[in-house]
Design a protein around this ligand. Sequence first.
Ligand code: ATP
Length: 507
Amino acid sequence: MSNAAEPNLMEALVSLAKRRGFIYPSSEIYGGLNGFFDYGPLGSELKKNIRDCWWNDMVRRRDDIVGLESSIIMHPKVWEASGHVAGFSDPLVDCKVSKQRYRADQLFWSPVVVDGKAVGYVSALESEKTAEDLQAAAELFKRKKAITGTLSPVVAKDFTEAQEAEIPLIPSPATGEPGSLTAPRAFNMMFQTNVGAMTDASAVAYLRPETAQGMFVDFKNVWDTGRVKLPFGIAQIGKSFRNEITPRNFIFRSREFEQMEMEYFIHEDADWSKCHQEWIEWCRQWLLSVGLPESKLSLYEHKKEKLAFYSKGTTDIMFEYPFGVQELWGIAARGNYDLGQHATASGKPQEIFDEATKKKFVPHVIEPAVGVDRILLAVLCAGYAEEDVKDEKGNVEKRTVLRLSPRIAPVKVAVLPLLKNKEALTKRAHDLYKKLQRRYAVFYDDGGNIGKRYRRQDEIGTPWCVTIDFDTIEKPGDTFTLRERDSMQQTRITEADLFALLEDKVH
Ligand code: ATP
């Protein structure tokens, strides 16, 4: 799915992320590793803040949800029972000449139809302008082959829809020539490893491709020990790994990423649809609470005929990224499939006893699953702006600003003594800095003119700067200049009011 493209925004963001220490390519000095990233000093703070907000809102501030941290490598039978060994795959297409690999559902093609007759085929990789690329390729094809007549508009199909006889006729996007693309085959996305000293089949294990199975496998442990009663949820934050065929769009689709998932267990007779809707709305509200604009969020309900047989319904919260409208958070109603599968495979019943009906049953589940990295990318995309502003002398200059919510901004306040060589100023500034640092991520900056220092903080999304100036030390009241990032308004504030402001806005 795509919409209006903003390719320059992505370039600007990737550059800012590197320049200011948010995100680096992994193992960069060795040329990087496709699909893996490192979070730098500011990126790791931002990511931690997203995780903490979610954990506080999802687990600590609710009475019906408890936390879990399960191991990344689990018994291999877990992934057989869950269906991942047999079915967690993407359709892979090889180009035998260029050795490039494609995901079949991201490789598009169309017949070139002139005067109602197919005269050849064109292909293009999925982008925000796939149809335009195919149309341009069809026009070029017609011109090159000197074919006369009227060209019909292209009809874009993905490679999974190609008939066997069409596959040899569709050109490879790498070479432009037909005949080198293979038929799609299932490529399992789980990373394999070996546990222990043996390397034979008995030692094969997997890096988890989702955190969710931890909650199912530990369901009975939590039920027996967690003092919970239905409906209740188990939440977990942790790394997941998928050997994506084509990692892309920066951190949007990577091979190592972090998930925040929650399994909400309900009675088999409960109104699952109502509960599903409530969770969709909860997740939407949560995204607003960390600063995503409502106008960039939408809902996508999966078509009934495309759902797995056990699924009752899935709705994705979509975000309008610069490269298109894409899935951010999936909220699935999974019935009692997962617990049922583990009961059968392990031989350990996963039923619980219902006091009211005196019957045993396997609880059903609603699963909101979201990626931390995708949220982080969304807040960067939504918050980034380049603006023309006037400096103190009235000259117009550019400022880059990251409008991050105070809840997740990596630095909450910057403390700036007006002059670096005036001890009364630096002493008071340092004293405030140390007090703030006990509770918040704060930055102390005494280098360069004050306007430049404000700009540096704007660029990393710091919501407030406080300047310790001559009024602070010479006038009564011990007030500082508080400068607000978005409005650039300056007011005076006392230390107590500054703490009250932070207490109100940051948590
Ligand atoms: P997609 O269709 O985009 O591959 P999915 O439907 O396979 O995603 P789920 O299995 O539902 O994703 O995973 C839950 C969430 O985990 C997704 O909504 C997304 O936020 C995140 N996620 C999944 N795969 C990746 C990835 N490769 N990189 C970063 N985040 C991911």
